[in-house]
Design a protein around this ligand. Structure first.
Ligand code: B12
Length: 387
């Protein structure tokens, strides 16, 4: 069998499916089997030659969530090794943040929260000082302000704190966790848009997971969640959810579940068999073309060029066309969300930098290069920024 790419072999998809009201029959077991083969092979081998291919801290955490979603506890020599690897990752990140909290995790606070959550649902305790770093970050807001991302990150931190409380872990930090959870909830509620989303449409599923796992529901909370769900349903009708990773974060919500339910997942709950998608044969028509302008701006280079692509092409198609027909070049890296743009015209984004995607004049895109479909006449800008 061909080795599946990270987008195809995605533990988040398995977690989402298991917490949903749907089941994919025999395919589900096959998918878990492939996940196990791939993750265990790269995580448990001593071969460091291809360290690029090793899963990151967040991917290891998602893999542990996937095992728990199948009602498995990590056990034995192999299981212990996975748990110690994740604990070591967290310890390294704690070191990178530093004693005075002035540093940053190598990955992100999002992955830091995910790591604590994954160990928690397996009833594995991390040191108070590890949880303390995440608590500090929530308590002192500047540490979580990653540009446009605070809601996703806050929600993940909140899910981790909820799990610790429900599992009675890190009891010395109980009061601080309760206060931090209240703070997370308050900030997420404040980030609700007039349409009802928390942050943006794609942070709403995780935000709802956190709010629904809330230990003290209030009327205000209930009303805000209802509004958010209505906004999500409207977005679903507008086909906003095409990316499998995004769907995997949404599925639990549609089934009133959250990642915190992985503390004691119900593997016997009846789920409806998922029907294979039927594709309607496309009629062969002469494609209509649109024009999209691609602009690159950074301190050291500038580029502007218009390309013509068939209607409903993705931004990635635009980049490919520009690469074929002009001096434009780009590079990507596979991720669980799809291809991530890493370099433009030979300039690789450095540590804590990224190539931001914007619709001119200044609107950051809410989708990646494979999912975003520009309209006729649009100008797309690629801008190297810090985060
Ligand atoms: C942290 C983060 C970032 C960081 C990543 C750097 C880092 N070292 O961590 C920064 C700030 C750079 C970033 C950038 C972007 N992000 Co972002 N990001 C996240 C966040 C909070 C966590 C991702 C993560 O760690 N996942 C867990 C690990 C285990 O999975 P992973 O696949 O190994 O993680 C890598 C990828 O997720 C990748 N990545 C991060 N964001 C994006 C977005 C896309 C579209 C792709 C393909 C990859 C990607 O960076 C991660 C670290 O290497 C998610 C929130 C969420 N709900 O998932 C948003 C999220 C995935 N990002 C999003 C977006 C839109 C972007 C941008 C396209 C924004 C823009 N206009 O430029 C850019 C990517 C542009 C590009 N160059 O391709 C959306 C995607 C929505 C969608 N429809 O798919 C999310 C859901 C946030 C949101 N609510 O809007 N992001």
């Amino acid at each position: 069998m061909d080795r599946l790419s990270p987008e195809q072999l995605n533990p988040s998809i398995y977690v989402g499916l298991r917490l949903s009201s749907l089941q994919a029959g025999a395919k589900e077991a096959h998918y878990l089997h492939s996940l196990k083969l791939s993750y265990q092979q790269s995580l448990l081998s001593n071969d460091n030659s291809d360290s690029e291919a090793k899963p990151s801290m967040g991917q290891l955490a998602l893999y542990l969530l996937a095992l728990r979603a199948n009602c498995e506890f990590v056990r034995g020599r192999k299981g212990d090794s996975l748990v110690s690897q994740l604990k070591r990752f967290l310890e390294d990140e704690k070191g990178a943040i530093g004693h005075n909290h002035q540093g940053h995790p190598h990955t992100s606070y999002y992955q830091y929260g995910l790591g604590i959550l994954a160990l928690c649902v397996h009833q594995k305790r991390v040191h108070d000082s590890v949880v303390g770093k995440l608590l500090y970050a929530v308590e002192h807001k500047q540490h979580l302000q990653q540009g446009h991302l605070p809601v996703d990150t806050l929600a993940m931190a909140g899910l981790a704190f909820s799990c610790l409380k429900l599992s009675n872990l890190n009891r010395n930090l109980r009061n601080r966790s309760t206060v931090a959870l209240g703070r997370v909830q308050e900030k997420i509620l404040k980030a609700q848009t007039p349409e009802g989303h928390f942050g943006n449409v794609y942070s709403t599923p995780l935000a709802l997971q956190l709010l629904m796992a809330s230990l003290r529901p209030t009327v205000e909370l209930g009303t805000a969640c209802l509004k958010a769900k209505a906004a999500l349903l409207a977005s679903l009708q507008h086909k906003a959810f095409q990316n499998p990773l995004m769907i995997s974060q949404l599925l639990p919500i549609l089934n009133q579940k959250s990642y915190v339910d992985l503390i004691s997942p119900d593997c016997e709950a009846p789920r409806v068999l998922l029907e294979p998608a039927t594709e309607t044969p496309s009629q062969t028509q002469v494609p209509e073309f649109i024009h999209v302008t691609l602009k690159v701006s950074s301190t050291f280079l500038s580029y502007r060029h218009s390309v013509s692509v068939p209607v409903s092409s993705s931004l990635e198609d635009v980049l490919k066309k520009a690469q074929e027909h002009s001096r434009f070049t780009y590079g990507t890296q596979a991720s669980l969300s799809g291809p991530y743009l890493t370099s433009v015209m030979g300039n690789k984004a450095g540590e804590r930098e990224f190539w931001q995607l914007l619709r001119a004049p200044d609107t950051p895109l809410l989708q990646g290069i494979a999912d975003y479909r520009p309209r006729d006449g649009e100008t797309i800008e690629l801008r190297l920024v810090g985060w």
